[in-house]
Design a protein around this ligand. Structure first.
Ligand code: CUA
Length: 305
């Protein structure tokens, strides 16, 4: 039912159009069935009445009526649809930019103006016009947060745009809505809509690079192939861009785009053998790391809040 309770201005105009069309369609259904019932009762066969009815040729008044009424209805709906499309697609000058990139099978969020890069879970300010640019790094995905009120595809080689203004704070879960391979179902996302002040605090925290601590787990990360795919901003060598940015991994609620909770136990299991948790995921298993190295690596990654 979340789709019928949109929290974006644009989604609200779509939902309003839906209700208007539903009411018009409902009235038409009642009218058609009503006319049918009246016709059956008044002109139906009666016992003993075996004569053919007199033939009827043309009724200009009725013909004009049943041509003009549907035509007028369609014109009204057309005008309403155009109005809604204009509302949904209206550019919002000065909107805050957010880039959403679909990957098999996770979401990347980049805020070019705030220097934030994160994955799967994103915070957005309410009451602020947002320009969400949708891109894909591999196949077609679809960015679907039911409470946004509509969705948009992410198409390789093309940038689609959603203009969004959130009206209500809250946590809104979404998912990929275009079949994109084995783990399509585990391409979840979460939007936390909050006040601009709360959002700015979150963005500042997410934008901050890590400070190099020299911890053993940090060295384990640098010395393994982790750095080839993952970025930890501020950590020398950790500049990979194939997998999710891990600069603030510890602040996320889930791993693998929602497949398990982000706990030290799950992270340990994930690094050892991600295929067991999310078959088909592009991350290879790291079974050769010693148990103590793995513990230190997990402790380090979870400390990245
Ligand atoms: Cu991405 Cu389905």
């Amino acid at each position: 039912m979340e789709s019928f309770d949109p929290v974006t201005r644009q989604g609200l105009s779509i939902t309003n159009l839906f209700w208007v069309e539903l009411v018009i369609s409902g009235l038409l259904l009642v009218l058609v069935i009503g006319v049918m019932i009246v016709a059956l009762r008044r002109f139906g066969h009666r016992p003993g009445d075996d004569e053919d009815p007199p033939p009827v040729h043309g009724n200009p008044r009725l013909e004009v009526l049943w041509t003009a009424t549907p035509a007028a209805t369609l014109v009204i709906m057309f005008v309403l649809v155009i109005g809604t499309m204009r509302t949904v697609d209206a550019e919002q000058p000065g909107a805050m930019r957010v880039v959403v990139t679909g990957h098999q099978w996770w979401w990347q969020y980049t805020f070019p103006d705030q220097q934030v890069i994160t994955a799967n879970e994103v915070h957005l300010p309410v009451g602020t016009a947002l320009q969400i640019s949708l891109q894909s790094s591999d196949v077609i995905h679809s960015f679907h947060v039911p409470q946004f009120g509509w969705m948009q595809d992410l198409v390789p080689g093309k940038t689609n745009t959603m203009w969004v203004t959130l009206d209500r704070p809250g946590t809104y879960d979404g998912t990929c809505n275009q079949y994109c391979g084995l783990q399509h179902a585990w391409m979840r996302l979460r939007v936390v809509a909050e006040s601009p002040d709360q959002f700015n605090a979150w963005a500042a925290q997410q934008a901050a690079p890590v400070s190099v601590s020299g911890a053993h787990g940090e060295q384990v990360f640098q010395q393994n192939t982790c750095v080839a795919c993952h970025m930890i901003r501020g950590l020398p060598g950790a500049t990979g861009t194939v997998g999710p940015d891990l600069t603030h991994l510890g602040s996320r609620a889930t791993l693998g785009a929602g497949v398990v909770d982000n706990t030290p136990e799950q992270l340990r299991a994930w690094i050892s053998n991600p295929q067991a948790i999310k078959p088909g995921v592009l991350m290879p298993a790291f079974s050769s790391i010693s148990a103590s190295d793995l513990n230190d690596l997990v402790a380090y990654l979870e400390s990245l809040k």
